[in-house]
Design a protein around this ligand. Sequence first.
Ligand SMILES: Nc1ncnc2c1ncn2[C@@H]1O[C@H](COP(=O)(O)OP(=O)(O)OP(=O)(O)O)[C@@H](O)[C@H]1O
Ligand SMILES: [Mg+2]
Length: 319
Amino acid sequence: MTNLAIAANGLHKSYGDKTVLDGIDLRVPEGTVFSLLGPNGAGKTTAVKILSTLIPPGPGSGQIRIGGHDLATAPQAVRASIGVTGQFSAVDGLITGEENMLLMADLHRLPKTEGRRVAAELLERFDLTDAAKKPASAYSGGMKRRLDIAMTLVGDPRIIFLDEPTTGLDPRSRHTMWGIIRELVTGGVTVFLTTQYLEEADQLADRIAVLNNGRIAAEGTADELKRLVPGGHVRLRFTDPTAYRSAASALHDATTDDEALALQILSDGSQRDLRTILDRLDTAGIQADELTVHTPDLDDVFFALTGPTVPAQTKETTR
Ligand SMILES: Nc1ncnc2c1ncn2[C@@H]1O[C@H](COP(=O)(O)OP(=O)(O)OP(=O)(O)O)[C@@H](O)[C@H]1O
Ligand SMILES: [Mg+2]
């Protein structure tokens, strides 16, 4: 059995009479990426802050162990084994990137030469060497975020918490960040990640938990979560309204979209299922102009599991 980097039982937290976390359990094996998803205000940052000792867990919470240390009795040992990149930047804009790094080295009580070596190495790794002597206020959002994470890594933590590390980054910077996170995991680091980007969780996370109304609404691998929601379908598009109408009357179970001249048939996307659908089309003499297969993605999962105000099906699906 693998060791757990993070093990939290019955995590509670309330603010006044508002319950934010209503007894959640979290288990993250060493060297894996765990992603906590949830709508705005779900309690992701609250969970990160509790697990990283920044705020105390609420009364009634069970045991929390981080890196093998009990958070209640050994918070210093927990702090020594973790790094935290908060949702909002910890970068000081008034000083240079290099000075920010050296400040972190001092906080970790690294000897001066060692601190300079680590700072230079990380600045290089995060492609910030050229900008090292510039004030951080002059950095772009992506550069600041890279500096943020570089600062988190100064103490060589084995467990890192990344609260929305790529929010606001352009696609290229986001991919760079994903590469950095993957490298960390290859090096054995455990990553606890919150994100608003479902594709990010899909790309990076070994396991994903969806937080909603204070509880974990679902947890599993990206594939396991996708299997929880219907959303897979075959879409047939027509250009000729007459062909569309005769197809619609031949396929009773299809959902119609008169405006787009499109039909949707529920499907798990398997070869067998597709063959059945194609046979039915042939038998009915239906010639669609376009046939596309849609498998459910994490967006479908997210909408299905969080918030009743959001329709379960979005995008072009109009079932
Ligand atoms: N110090 C505080 N005092 C009172 N309420 C708080 C405090 N911190 C957080 N909250 C409330 O707790 C809830 C959860 O907040 P949290 O920041 O954990 O959400 P989140 O999932 O990180 O959201 P986002 O996606 O917007 O970052 C929110 O309703 C928030 O208003
Ligand atoms: Mg947050």
